[in-house]
Design a binder for this molecule. Sequence first.
Ligand code: 2PG
Length: 289
Amino acid sequence: FTHQSTFWGRTAATNSRILSLSPPTDASSSALCMKYTLVLVRHGESTWNKENRFTGWVDCPLSEAGEEEAHKGGQLLREGGYHFDKAYTSTLKRAIKTLWIVLEEMDLMYLPITNNWRLNERHYGALQGLNKQETVDKHGKDQVLEWRRSYDIPPPDIDEDSEYFPGNDPMYKDVPKEDLPKAESLKLTEERFMSWWEDTLVPEIKSGTKILIAAHGNTLRALVKHLDNISPEDITGLNIPTGVPLVYELDEELKPIPHKDAIAPLSGHYLGDQEEVRNRIGAVAAQTK
Ligand SMILES: O=C(O)[C@@H](CO)OP(=O)(O)O
């Protein structure tokens, strides 16, 4: 056959069969309603993640491995061709530093950054500072699992005279005292974070601003619970790995469009080596054996 009779290297007859008989694939039909991209990243490993201590609002830094994870996360975003207009993070340095490293890797250090305590990790109450495994040994696996992952049972309250009580920390001097938690369940975390999400982030995303959020395991669990409409029962089994970008494609109503590499119950997908991601999700769950 001649060059003219081919189309993308196939014969005209083959092409007309492909064009007339192939229904749109899931990927191509969902790409049609894809409107926004939202990227979430949990901070890299912190020194207290490494020491296996309940952290919550305690402001510990990234470990060396955590900094590496953040560099890797930024490289994956750069290689994937992502771009952002604005970044959001908490008031805690492990998330802030993760964001700085990611933005540096992406050559986006000029982006405006908003810090808000409503993106902070769930407040772990009186458990903050304790070793997770020692707490299992003392209180039993079921009790600790309830504190860690039940939807609406908060851990015991922190004392107001504790060094870790947010009311004693100048960082929160402008936050109304009644808003400062003494201990939070995932439900309480969701309430203080999602109201702000609706008021601030939803309008921004819908106006076309491309947003990157660097936050914490449990604020991100609250957010994906909302985006993916995950039940209180199913959210207990969901763990988010440190430092791995999680990409959500959203339609115009901010409903997620499932990605082929999504790991259930999420519709968004993690960037990078999928086996490594699964291993790291498992490692979070295994912090309390
Ligand atoms: O200690 C914490 O604050 C959190 C996140 O590191 O731990 P968990 O996985 O138990 O929610």
